[in-house]
Design a protein around this ligand. Structure first.
Ligand SMILES: Nc1ncnc2c1ncn2[C@@H]1O[C@H](COP(=O)(O)O)[C@@H](OP(=O)(O)O)[C@H]1O
Ligand SMILES: [Mg+2]
Length: 286
């Protein structure tokens, strides 16, 4: 939430975003850097044994600006403490966890002023499995409320401001990338025979569309996503009863020693996961 506020401050300041081009269609802004600095410095200061992997290649300074974790913990802590911790995670120690941080998912959309798809993603993994995550959407607007956090623990549930529905959604609505489209991306989308395609920014945002049943499936058949894009979304979706794998239906591993790219794309659903994976397997290679 605090990182989301920093992102909003940068956006509201009207000053230059100080964009650094990290590669084709892969920008980094002042907001990405500030958000990562805040999240990693605060976590590392208080939980020194965590393994933390952030998207941005920046030096984290242990500055006096680093907020105290206790100061960051507000009334939301009550909600966190009320969630059940599944038995299999009760003995986990700090050193057993890898934290994957995407300080600003949907950077391309952020630079273009399409703010709905911007999220802050913090995912927790152990033994290569995504087990918990937070998706914070700083520019979410609902009446007077601005910004929301949706978080989940696998085998416990999804918490925060999230509209879960079991009502079937008509048609076959597919959420796909707005900014990263190639022939393979489009071929995989078509293989799923969608009745409608929602082009939207950010992995976190598209997973929220699936979780809240505003889309049936999110498909991104590209080598461009990374473990920080998928860890928190996978954990939150799984906590809500859904699935996130690569486009062929294979499990993604979140070991800290792994290559950080998810070379075989992303597939996220609440239902019929195998059907989509099979259609995509029959149509494309990556
Ligand atoms: N072909 C590609 N090239 C570079 N980055 C890609 C990509 N495909 C996906 N990504 C990354 O995956 C995330 C979601 O992409 P999209 O918005 O297209 O769905 C973005 O993360 P960031 O915004 O955190 O950099 C984006 O950079
Ligand atoms: Mg990202």
């Amino acid at each position: 939430k605090r990182a989301g506020q920093l992102i909003k401050d940068v956006q509201m300041s009207g000053k230059s975003l100080d964009i650094v081009d990290k590669g084709h269609n892969d920008p980094q802004t002042r907001a990405d850097r500030a958000s990562q600095q805040l999240i990693i410095s605060a976590l590392a200061q208080h939980f020194p044994q965590l393994t933390i992997r952030g998207e941005e290649n920046i030096t984290i300074e242990n500055s006096s600006d680093t907020p105290d974790i206790n100061e960051l913990v507000d009334t939301n802590l009550q909600e966190v403490l009320q969630a059940t911790c599944p038995t299999e995670f009760r003995e986990l120690q700090e050193k057993d966890l890898v934290v994957w941080v995407d300080p600003l998912d949907g950077t391309r959309e952020f630079t273009e002023g399409r703010l709905e798809g911007v999220t802050v993603l913090i995912g927790f993994a152990t033994q290569g499995n995504a087990i918990g995550g937070i998706i914070h959407q700083p520019f979410y607007a609902d009446g007077n409320e601005h910004g929301r956090s949706v978080w989940g623990i696998v085998n416990s549930g999804v918490y925060g401001k999230c509209i879960l529905s079991s009502k079937p959604l008509p048609g076959r609505i597919l959420a796909g990338s707005l900014s990263h489209r190639s022939k393979t991306v489009v071929d995989a989308v078509n293989a799923c025979e969608p009745s409608e395609v929602l082009q939207a920014g950010g992995c976190g945002y598209k997973v929220l569309l699936v979780l809240e049943r505003r889309a049936h499936v999110y498909v991104h058949a590209s080598r461009g996503c990374s473990l920080w894009d998928t860890c928190a979304p996978e954990a939150v979706l799984k906590a809500g009863g859904g699935m996130l794998t690569d486009v062929f239906g294979n499990k993604i591993s979140y070991l800290s020693t792994n290559e950080t790219s998810v070379n075989t794309g992303v597939l996220a659903t609440m239902e019929n996961h195998d059907w989509y994976a099979q259609r995509i397997r029959e149509t494309i290679t990556l």
